[in-house]
Design a protein around this ligand. Sequence first.
Ligand code: DCP
Ligand code: MG
Length: 366
Amino acid sequence: MTINESQKPIQRKIIHLDMDAFYASVEQRDNPDLQGKPVVVGGNPSSRGVVATASYEARVFGIRSAMSCYQAQQLCPQAVFVRPRFEAYRAVSQQIHQIMFHLTDIIEPLSLDEAYLDVSNNCNPKFQQSATLMAKWLQTEIFNQTHLTASAGVSFNKMLAKIASDIHKPNGITIITPEQAPVFIANLPIEHFHGIGKATAKRLHQMNVRNGGDLRNIPIETLIDNFGKRGKFYHDIAHARDNREVKSQRKHKSIGSETTFEKDLTDESMLLTQIYTQNAAAYRALKKKNKQAYTIILKIKYSNFTQITRSHTLHTPFTDEQSAHYWLNKLFADVPKKLPIRLVGVTYSGLSEQTEQQLNQLGLFE
Ligand code: DCP
Ligand code: MG
């Protein structure tokens, strides 16, 4: 994957990914007896437990998340009730995040099974900068690796991507382009907008506002008079405006090292030596934190202070400092060299914890 951060796109490309009937699908995958059956994951129907989620077979009977298990059993006496196994769900969650990192490191998880991805900077030629192709790849790769299905929404902001991912569930992809957005929103019932709760929907209904089109026709002043600050938000969403960024948890998302030269350099072999030195420092820092990385990023800043990054993502993590040399060489070859260079940096991202097994292999527990 190649990212070029200096060329910021005019419009964002956001994918919202959401696993289908997540806990229940994991239970059905891991226990063939449950496949094809109405499965309810949650508490005990004879005590005061609630439904965490239900398989699609159980949803036919009207069973929904947060309903009491007692009620669920009344609706579908043949339903099989199982207790949640959070470890299994966390493991799948980690797996799907690793897959997402192949597309971008700007990932904002909302829960174990749901995340926003900002893929605006993905320049991998395989995807031709098409977020739809990326979403399809994500779905296929998740299915191949986990045997679970996911649905995706693709759009130019978070709000629309999230609404879109729900439209063709399960195993669907829905795209809302900037051209389609006005009509899509005009027809969307207001209770389907995220951020408009039941009470607000009721008040809007009283104002004869039933869908996005009606909402768009209400002057912003009227909305602010009625709903205070939220009024501006309602006005914005009716106009498909949502500038919220995808907030990746950058804290441990990357580890790197960079250096600024006293005098700008042009000599390629000297530059490569400097890149290797930064790589050594970055790799040491990575190991110190017991992390492993799937992505390596080369950063170059030119004498005129413009900067570019080039990156590559592997299917298996980097195993040693030298294994990165090959990729750094390739990435550096790809970088324009018309101007002298004032800074080089190497960053590892797509990080995960080094597992105990891997630590054992390294002899650290012996
Ligand atoms: N969950 C929960 N309690 C809730 C809602 C959800 O414990 N009230 C858990 C169980 C779900 C998981 O979170 O499997 C993901 O929530 P979703 O809302 O994405 O629901 P599902 O993935 O189960 O179904 P869908 O196919 O509608 O996404
Ligand atoms: Mg889900």
